[in-house]
Design a protein around this ligand. Sequence first.
Ligand code: BES
Ligand code: MN
Ligand code: ZN
Length: 482
Amino acid sequence: MSNMTKIIATNKTLDEVAVKYCRVIITEDKLSWHRLVETTDGHLEYRMGAGKRKSINARGFRSLVRSIVQAAKAHQLENIAIHLGMMGCPKLEVMGEEWFFRTLGENLELAQYEFKKYKTGGKKDDYELKEILVCGVSEPAEKQSFSAGLTIGQSANLTRDIANTCGDDLTPTGLAQAAKEALKGTKATVKILNKKAIQAEKMGLLEAVGKGANDEPNLIVIEYWGLEKPTAKTKNNEALKPIALIGKGITYDTGGLNVKPSGFMHEMHMDMTGGATLIGAIQALAKLGVKKNVIAIIPAAENAISADSMRAGDIVTSMSGKTVEILHTDAEGRLVLADAMTYAEKYYQPRVMLDVATLTGASLAALGQFASAIMTKNKALSDTLVKLGEETGDLMWPLPLWDEYKQSLKSYRADISNIATNFARTAGCIEGAAFLSHFAPKKTPWAHIDIAPRMDSIPSDKLAKGATGEPVRLLVKFVEGC
Ligand code: BES
Ligand code: MN
Ligand code: ZN
C-alpha cells in the first residue's frame, strides 16, 4: 500500500532530466500561486510560489515539500522532477544539511502515501504518481541523509497502514502479526505473551480490558539490541540499559459497557496508533542500524461489549499489586498501559521510559489537532521532546503533571480509580497521566505522550486522510540522541 511512488535521488540538474518529467520550479511568489506551463521545447513545468526565501522555516519547508506532491497529484502528473537545495533560506541553513535532506526524504514519503486497502479501483482511480526524481543530491552525506529520511518516512507509512486498518481485520492477534511482519529480517525480535502468560504475570488490568472480546488480549514485546544485549556482568552499565517505549494497542475501542455515543466510535480502529507507532519506529531504527538498545511494549486488547466485558464498578488488581476501581470502562487505555509499564520496569529496568497513546479526547480540547500533549515531571525530558517535535514535525506541547491532579483519583473502595471519582470532566488529559504516574518507575525519567490530537490528519497537514504516522519521526530522533 505504502510506497507506490518511486522516489529517486540523482545528481542531475533539472535541465538534464528526460522530457517525461514535469519540472517543479520554486519561485518567490506568494504561497498558493502556481502555474502549469508547457515550454517551447515541449516539457511541462510546474511553477509554484513558496514566498520569500528568508521567511521559509522548518515548518514552511515541510509544508512546501508536501504541497509539491499534493499539486502533482491534483494535476495527475505521473513523473515529476524537483530540485530543492537550501535555496538560500537562512532559517533552513541553521538546521543543517543532514536535517534538510532527511526532512526532504521523510516528507516526500509521507506526502505520496495513500491508503487504498479497501478501494476496489476503477477508471477514476487509475491515476498514480509514479515517480519523484530528486535532483541535485550529489554528495555521499546528502544521499545518506536523504535515504535515511525515505526509510523513516516508509516506516511511518507502515504505521499509517496498520492504524488505518479496520478493527475487524486487525485484532490483538493481527497487531502481533503486523509487528512480526514489520520486523522480519531485522535485528529486532518480537515475543508475544498470550492470555495465559498475561494471567501468569498477574496483569489483571490488561486481562480485564480484553475480557469482552472474541480475540484474546496479548502483550507484544519487541527487543532491539542495537548496541549489545546486557549480560549479568554488564547489566549495571548505564549505556546498555534500554530505552523503554510503551504503546497503547487497543485494536478497537467501543468504550465497553460505558459505550461511546454514535459519532464518537467509528474511528476507534485507530486506538492502537501508539502501538503502531512503536512498530514503525523500531522498524526504522533497525533498518538504519541505530546503535541503541530499545524495547517496545504494546499491550494489545479490544475494548468490546459482551456479557464477559469488565463492568463499571469492578475492582481489578494490577500487575503492580495496586487495586483499581473501574469507574468508567471507556478509560481503558490507561489500564493496559499501567500493566505494560510495570512489566517494562520489572524485566528491563530501562534508563528512560516514554508511553505513547491515543489516551483522551480531552487532549484535543486542550491543544486542538495540531500537537500531541506531553506530561512529565522531568523538565529536561519535556524540553527535549518539545525541541525534537519542532525539528521533526511531530509537534508536542507540555501540560503540567502536578501531584494535585492525583487527588481526584482517590477511591474509597480500591487504591485508585481510573477516572475522577466525582465524574468531573476537568483536566481529563492530565488525569490520564496522573493515573499512569502511579505505575511509572520511581527513579527513571518517564514521559506520557497523549497522541490523540494527532491520530487523524487535518487538511493543513497536506497528508492523506486518516492516520498521520506521528510521532515515528520524533521517536527515531529521540532514540538516536538518547
Ligand atoms: N481512545 C479514547 C480516546 C480518544 C478519543 C482518542 C478521541 C482519539 C480520539 C479513550 O480510550 C477514551 O475513551 N477516553 C475517554 C476517557 C474518559 C472516559 C475519562 C475520553 O477521552 O472521553
Ligand atoms: Mn476508551
Ligand atoms: Zn481508547
